[in-house]
Structure formats: structure tokens, C-alpha cells
Design a protein around this ligand. Sequence first.
Ligand SMILES: Cc1cc2nc3c(=O)[nH]c(=O)nc-3n(C[C@H](O)[C@H](O)[C@H](O)COP(=O)(O)O)c2cc1C
Length: 334
Amino acid sequence: MNKNILLCVSGGIAVYKAVALVSKLSQAGANVKVIMTASARQFVNPLSFQVMSKNDVYFDTFDEKDSNVIAHIDLADWADLILVAPATANVIGKIANGIADDMVTTTLLATTAPVWLAPAMNVHMYEHPAVKRNIARLADDGYQFIEPSEGFLACGYVGKGRLEEPEKITAIVKDYFAEKVQSLADQTVVVTVGALHVPYDEQHIVRAQANGIIGQALANEARALGAQVIQIENSSVDYFMQQLEEYKDRNPQVLFIHAANTPTVEGAPIVSVEGIKAITFGQKVQGTPMLTVISDSWIDFSTQAQLDGQLVDVTNPKLFAQAFWRHLLQGEAQ
Ligand SMILES: Cc1cc2nc3c(=O)[nH]c(=O)nc-3n(C[C@H](O)[C@H](O)[C@H](O)COP(=O)(O)O)c2cc1C
């Protein structure tokens, strides 16, 4: 991975893990440079990052080491990818509001490179409406997130807020740069969105409540990853099954994401996933899906879901869709 990774380190207890992250990224062949906030320097001396990255560490916007360039513009242009890890609640709030009052935030405003944030904080901070609002706004602006994991937090709480492990972040970065091979280019994806309906009697149909936000987000992300997406909404199960057979005949490798709510009515037709690569969300189907996403209530109205036993937040559909496709592509790559 001969890529330039700029690591922005903000001031949380997980700063020590960022040192290991520099080491893992360097071992994976990346060229790493580090910028630290003033708070981050309270936790770890910049020398550790300097030694691990074999590069100068930046923390003062006005300390121009090279008179030929302006450091924050130079770094912003140098990076193929910027990681903010750990990303504090404070730094997330500043970026979401376009504030540029230190070396990290100024560089982040100056870059056109993709920026990924790995939040790490106390679980109550992470669940605070202001933090959620800032994360949602950044996701809308095109920032990507590496979600924190659950477990014991340094503050004594157990919950979501731990910085994702350096090995895992490095694997995601490697995967991203290998994405051309693993992306959804040449893949046809059929996504059901919202609700399918079944007949009740000759005059009536049964259709469940749905708002379609998850199916829509999964379809949008699949398009962004290069897939040819066929989106099915407001169809009857019968009609949809006919269409699915046609897609299967035309392209046996079609991937079917069944995100629509489908009511279970006695005697009514049931979606079949026989002979097809399918992912379902707990609906009753014929055949065995390659993955079933489990959630407490219907996915469009859930806050959390399980992907192969891994808990994923569903409150932001776009972030969920990114996590979903990342999980699937990583699984396929292994
Ligand atoms: C011991 C200690 C641990 C902290 N851990 C975190 C943390 O994990 N996440 C976080 O968002 N803030 C944490 N903070 C608070 C931040 O350091 C504080 O909000 C600071 O202003 C962040 O500055 P920065 O975003 O510029 O790095 C911690 C503070 C202390 C004293």
C-alpha cells in the first residue's frame, strides 16, 4: 500500500492506540504523517509519533518548517487519505461547523482527500444529541466513519465508544485502496425498498408500514460503489418474484438485498431466495440467505442491527449502508 496517510490525532484517552495505528499502517507500506491537537499532546509526547512514522510531527499552524510551502496546505494536498483517530467529540463538532482554529481542523478544511473519522469517547458523549447531529451532518458532507466498538471504556463505563482496534482500522484502509478489485463494479444488485404487498382477497392487499430509508440508503451506496442497481418498490410479492427470475436468468451472479418489509399472511406468496445470493432482514423467505441482518423491530424503524454478530448503529441510514457494504466486501475478500 504505497499511499500517503495523514493521521490527525485529537485528545482522548485512546491517543496511545494511535501510536500503534501509525506502526500498523507503516508496516502495511503506507507513508504516514501525523498532526496532533494540543489536547492530544497532553496524552502522548509527539516524539512517539515521530519515531513510529519516521516523519516530523505537526501541531502548530504557525510553525512553518519549510519556507517553500505552507504546511497545512502542503499536508492537505499530500494526503491520499486523512484519518482522524481518535476523533474527539470536540473535533467532530468543530469540523461539522467549519471551524479551523488549529493545525488539525485547518488542514481538514483545506483538503480534497477523503477524510475518515474514528470517534472515541465516553458512551454518554457518543450518544449526546449534539454529537449525533454533528456526525450526521459530516456523513451528509461525505465524511466516512469508522464506528467505535463496544466494551470497557477508560472512564469506567461499559458501552460504545472505544476506538476501533489499530489492526482493524489498518485492514479497512488496505481494503479501501484495494477497493477497485473488491468494489461492486460489474455487479448487479436488486434491492427491495419500503414494502412489498400481498393479496388479502380479490379487492384488497396487505402492505406493512415502512418508510424505505434503509433500502434506499443501501441502494445509494451500492451505486456509489459502482453497482448496477435495480430498485424495487411498491411491488406485489408475485410480480417481484417474476422479475427476480428474469434478473437471475439474465445474470446468475445477481445479488439480492431484500430490505423491504413483506407481510406474512396465511396462504400468501413468499419471496424465494433459492439459487440466488441473497441478504434478508428477517423476513420469512423460501431458501437460505447468505446473510440475515437481525434487528429488534423492522429495520426501517430500528436503532441497532446485527451483521454476523457484530452490532451496528442504524440511526443514520447512510452510515449503516456504508458499514453494511464494507462488511460484505470484506467478507467476500477473505
Ligand atoms: C483524561 C481525559 C480523557 C479524555 N478522553 C476523551 C475521549 O476519549 N474522547 C473525547 O471526545 N474527549 C475526551 N476528553 C476531553 C477532551 O480532551 C477535550 O474535549 C478536549 O478539548 C479535546 O480537544 P481536541 O479535540 O482539540 O483534541 C478527555 C479528557 C481527559 C482529561
